[in-house]
Unconditional design. Structure first.
Length: 180
């Protein structure tokens, strides 16, 4: 990534699309799939900015409020014969949590399973878990909160204006020490 300005421009356009398409008179399967796809692409764009020294420390530390549900029982949640989330996760006792932006992105990019829901004509949220978290937790993410979190990275104020590196012996490379 040579210059993050162009990534932020595209990210802003994607977020405008996500905001504009949160409401439909009646959600079709295709509309849900298109929305899900855009969310994954936005999560990938944000993660790409995070993985390179293109985002300042303030944006990098962004967090999002979620609800998480603990995995119960010894049976795994699988594609075939999975049952319902209620069969494998403690849906009666959600735990409020703040999830870091990188973890949010990874849940969307690497999701093993996703269930979406609407309220009225608005796409409201999703229950999601990555393959890595499948034996531990399921997360409830609200679309409004996702858009707000990702908007942080579309804003030019999240760009790095000062950067300092230090040598990391284990990685055998320079690592960003801080990014303002």
């Amino acid at each position: 990534m040579i210059e993050s300005t162009y990534w932020r421009q595209e990210l802003r356009a994607e977020l405008v699309w996500l905001k504009r398409h949160r409401r439909y008179r009646r959600w079709s399967e295709k509309q849900v799939v298109l929305y899900e796809r855009r969310l994954m692409l936005v999560a990938f764009q944000v993660r790409s900015l995070l993985e390179r020294p293109k985002v300042n420390d303030c944006a990098r530390s962004a967090r999002m409020s979620v609800l998480r549900y603990k995995k119960i029982g010894s049976k795994p949640f699988t594609y075939v014969g999975a049952g319902f989330p209620e069969d494998r996760f403690d849906m009666e006792n959600p735990e409020p949590l703040e999830l870091g932006v990188l973890d949010v992105c990874n849940q969307l990019i690497h999701y093993y399973w996703m269930q979406t829901w609407s309220e009225g004509t608005a796409f409201k949220g999703m229950l999601v878990f990555s393959d890595f978290m499948r034996p531990k937790w399921a997360y409830q993410l609200l679309i409004e909160d996702l858009i707000s979190l990702f908007s942080t990275f579309a804003n030019d104020s999240s760009a790095v204006t000062e950067l300092r590196f230090h040598w990391n012996e284990k990685k055998q490379d320079y690592v960003a020490q801080f990014a303002r």
